[in-house]
Design a protein around this ligand. Structure first.
Ligand code: FES
Length: 161
């Protein structure tokens, strides 16, 4: 796999905004860095460590503890297929399989063009809409495999516009 070239300027700008108290702002620094890069490149984490004097092992500890942080590039859109009981009973497996087929990725994987990351999540609290998936912050319910496929297709077309 080729090494990605990472511009560390964004991380420097983010850290300079915090001035003193960078230690207590580590999570905010990581969140803003992730917003800037779409994930947390190792080069950026090393730069955070160097500029804040926070040991890299501690930074990695925080990053791996919170599920909001990603160490590998993620897609522009996160597709989360619910695998809770209500959704499972109503056919979530078909929806998930369809997503894998059309995107050609497995669970937790990202498409090569970095448009979509496919995830399975536990009940997302809208069981009355089962089976449900989320794309980014939007809910799509009462899905069939074909309906889900059409929705993702629309996102795909929007992205290419
Ligand atoms: S089980 Fe899927 S939303 Fe509750």
């Amino acid at each position: 796999m080729s090494k990605l070239n990472v511009d560390i300027k964004p991380v420097r700008d983010i850290i300079s905004k915090f001035g003193d108290g960078q230690d207590s702002n580590l999570i905010a620094i990581l969140q803003q860095s992730q917003d800037a890069y779409g994930y947390l490149p190792k080069t950026a984490l090393k730069e955070i460590s160097r500029l804040t004097d926070i040991p890299l092992t501690r930074i990695f500890g925080v990053v791996t503890f919170y599920s909001q942080f990603a160490l590998i590039p993620r897609g522009k859109h996160a597709i989360k297929v619910c695998s809770g009981t209500a959704c499972h009973v109503k056919g979530a497996d078909d929806v998930k399989q369809k997503m894998k087929d059309i995107l050609n990725v497995g669970e937790g994987e990202t498409t090569p063009d970095y448009q979509f990351t496919l995830e399975t999540v536990a009940c997302i609290g809208t069981c009355f809409l089962a089976p449900v998936m989320m794309i980014d912050e939007r809910y799509f319910g009462k899905l069939t495999a074909d309906k889900a496929s059409d929705i993702v297709q629309k996102y795909s077309e929007k992205t290419q516009e």
